[in-house]
Design a protein around this ligand. Structure first.
Ligand code: NCD
Length: 329
């Protein structure tokens, strides 16, 4: 559903609100944008960042939120079907934001909405090990912001490392790479956790260059950004993750010496041992900023969904923000 114009617009909106929120006047104006709108946060799979950033994104816009995080407290334990539960949420709120352990559930909920008289938008906040689209949007925003002094994302070499097979963030990010010219992807993973063939077929189909390796140190000097991910141990059925020596797929102070001086490191978090906390001190560590970018990008997504982007642009102009025109401040 995304194209380059929409991605650029969302990045611009995220920058607009990030800047507006710095002043008391701007923060109050944002809070007055959607005070009559309500969101349902239906998160039946563990979440810290995505839940909190969506919850706070809603509050930044003056929205109210309700939540179900533990399915044992919902009528699903009485045997209510998934569809009936989703339809019920839709009766009370204006948007459903959902994360589930099963792949495809958000798409199923959205399809259900297409067939009822009072549909509400559904946002996928992570579906199984399949997709995590809003994470991909905040990752694009982080890449765009960080590459801004170097002409943006086009033409950059981006490494993705770790459990690429079961990590949904890298899968969604690969999809969005289609909208950037001349990007080259380098997958760095243990062979048993290599990127799945459906994503590689997608990249082939859209002529996005990629290569695969198990040798981080060989490729590290070429990378403009390295996106690190953790082992997705929760999907293990027989201790598969423990069988992997994670050391060659980790970043410590030694790896920093091999990286370009203006390259940077991203991670969707939570992190495991794959990034040494000592790396946090390095200016190339971008993951804490990436985490906060998530909140601004989710504000931008809600602004777009509720169609108030023109008001935000007017507020930004009144605040003295110069036109961005696809470029980031
Ligand atoms: C990611 C997720 O849940 O997929 N976390 C997040 O949303 N920031 C990454 C992960 O859990 O590894």
């Amino acid at each position: 559903m995304f194209d380059r114009a929409l991605l650029d617009e969302l990045c611009d909106l995220a920058t607009r609100v990030r800047t507006l929120a710095k002043s008391e006047v701007g923060a109050r104006a944002l809070r007055d944008l959607l005070p009559t709108r309500r969101a349902m946060l239906y998160f039946t799979q563990p979440s810290t960042r995505t839940f909190l950033s969506f919850n706070n994104a809603c509050h930044i816009l003056g929205m109210r939120t309700s939540e179900i995080r533990d399915p044992s407290t919902s009528s699903e334990v009485k045997g209510e079907s998934f569809s009936d539960s989703i339809r019920t949420f839709s009766s009370y709120v204006d948007v459903i934001i959902m994360r589930t352990k099963e792949a495809g559930r958000a798409a199923q909920a959205a399809k259900l909405m297409d067939g009822i008289p009072r549909p509400v938008p559904v946002i996928n906040a992570g579906s199984g090990s399949d997709q995590h689209p809003t994470q991909a949007l905040l990752d694009i925003y982080t890449l765009a912001r960080s590459f801004e002094p170097r002409g943006g994302i086009d033409g950059k070499v981006i490494g993705m490392m770790g459990d690429l097979k079961r990590g949904r963030t890298v899968r969604s990010l690969c999809y969005l790479m289609r909208h950037y010219e001349g990007v080259r992807l380098v997958f760095i993973a243990p062979p048993q956790f290599a990127m799945e063939s459906d994503i590689k077929a997608y990249l082939d189909e859209h002529r996005i260059a990629y290569s695969e390796t198990t040798q981080l140190s060989t490729v590290l000097p070429q990378l403009d950004a390295l996106y690190v991910t953790r082992m997705q141990t929760e999907w293990d059925t027989a201790g598969e993750s423990r069988a992997v020596d994670l050391k060659p797929f980790s970043v410590g102070t030694h790896e920093l010496t091999l990286m370009k001086r203006d390259a940077f490191i991203m991670h969707p978090l939570p992190r495991g041992p794959e990034i040494d906390p000592l790396v946090d001190q390095d200016p190339r560590a971008m993951y804490w900023r990436q985490e906060r970018n998530g909140m601004w990008m989710r504000v931008a997504v809600l602004i777009k969904i509720f169609g108030v982007e023109r008001i935000v642009t007017a507020l930004a102009a009144a605040d003295g923000q110069p036109p961005l025109g696809g470029r980031l401040a």
